[in-house]
Structures are given as structure tokens and as C-alpha cells.
Design a protein around this ligand. Structure first.
Ligand code: FE2
Ligand code: FE2
Length: 180
């Protein structure tokens, strides 16, 4: 009985720690990217699927969270403001790349084109720094050919690949309708 109680206690403490960490990360996202999170266009990405059932909105939130974790765990020393804003806007292409009504050619080449589309969209609405531009432009490396030139872009590129893999194999699930 005692053993079971201890197990329950440790489990509660672990969940509490995870919740606190999630809350701290979310506070940082709000602090540095509150205007993006509240914008109409960013909210619209809840209607677009990224991989599996994961929406573009939740994918970008996850990439921002994992970028912060990676930066902290590996003590990379990124500029947090640029890291968060670049991660939130890295897939700001604003269309559903599974939509058959959408230019069919574009879908095939989505992997190559969407960083520049995201950059153009983000430039229209936000005052981007050079680091944020680099994050958005290079996050699909090696498809971008030229590798990232700053640590923030490397971190987001790694977090994006990790999240995309987990979404594709169904470990990270979202609330959207599965794309056909
Ligand atoms: Fe992307
Ligand atoms: Fe992405």
C-alpha cells in the first residue's frame, strides 16, 4: 500500500513539474510572440493541416516550444525573442498544402517554395529581424541548399524536423481532420 502511495505521489509530482514547464514556456511565447498568437492570420492556420491530423497552428506552437527546450537543454544561447518569433512564423504560408483545389503544381513543390511564401507573408505584417528572416528562409534545409548561418535557424530547423517526424508517424496528434 505504501509503495502504491509513493508511486502515486511521484507521478503527481512529475505531472506537476511538466505542467509548470508547459506554463513557463507558454508565458515566454506570449511575452515574445503575443501579437502573432492573437493575429487573425495566425489563428486561421488552425484550419490548415500540416501532417496527419496536426494543424499548422499547433505545429508552429510545438516547433516554438521544442526550439526553446533545445536551446535551454543544450545551452545554445539563442536570442529568445528571435527564436520564438521565427519559429512561430516559419510556416506562415497561409494555405492548406493538401487542398486539391489549390494549385496542384504548388502542392508538389510545397517543400521548396513555402519558406519564401512564409517570409513574404510575414514581412507584410511584421518587422522582422535578420535572424527571423534566416529562420524562416532556411528551416527546410537541406532543401534550401544554402545552410543556416545563425544558431537560431539551426535550432528551429532541428525542432521542425523532429516535430514533423513525430506528426508523420502519428506520435504527435492534432485535432484537425486527417488530410487525404
Ligand atoms: Fe515548413
Ligand atoms: Fe514546420
Amino acid at each position: 500500500m505504501e509503495l502504491f502511495k509513493n508511486h502515486q505521489k511521484r507521478r503527481r509530482e512529475r505531472l506537476q513539474r511538466l505542467y509548470e514547464r508547459y506554463k513557463r514556456i507558454h508565458e515566454q511565447l506570449r511575452e515574445h510572440g503575443g501579437d502573432i498568437l492573437n493575429s487573425e492570420n495566425f489563428r486561421k492556420t488552425r484550419g490548415h493541416i500540416q501532417h496527419g491530423t496536426m494543424t499548422v497552428h499547433n505545429h508552429c506552437m510545438d516547433v516554438a516550444r521544442y526550439s526553446l527546450l533545445l536551446n535551454k537543454k543544450l545551452r545554445i544561447g539563442c536570442n529568445k525573442h528571435d527564436l520564438i518569433r521565427g519559429a512561430l512564423l516559419h510556416d506562415y504560408f497561409l494555405y492548406d498544402w493538401h487542398d486539391k483545389a489549390y494549385l496542384s503544381q504548388r502542392k508538389r513543390l510545397h517543400g521548396f517554395h513555402h519558406p519564401m511564401t512564409a517570409l513574404q507573408n510575414a514581412e507584410k505584417e511584421y518587422d522582422l529581424s535578420d535572424i527571423q528572416r534566416e529562420i524562416i528562409k532556411k528551416h527546410m534545409w537541406p532543401l534550401s541548399v544554402v545552410p543556416p548561418t545563425c544558431r537560431e535557424a539551426w535550432v528551429v530547423t532541428a525542432a521542425d524536423k523532429y516535430c514533423s517526424l513525430l506528426e508523420t508517424v502519428g506520435v504527435h496528434r492534432g485535432h484537425g481532420a486527417k488530410a487525404s
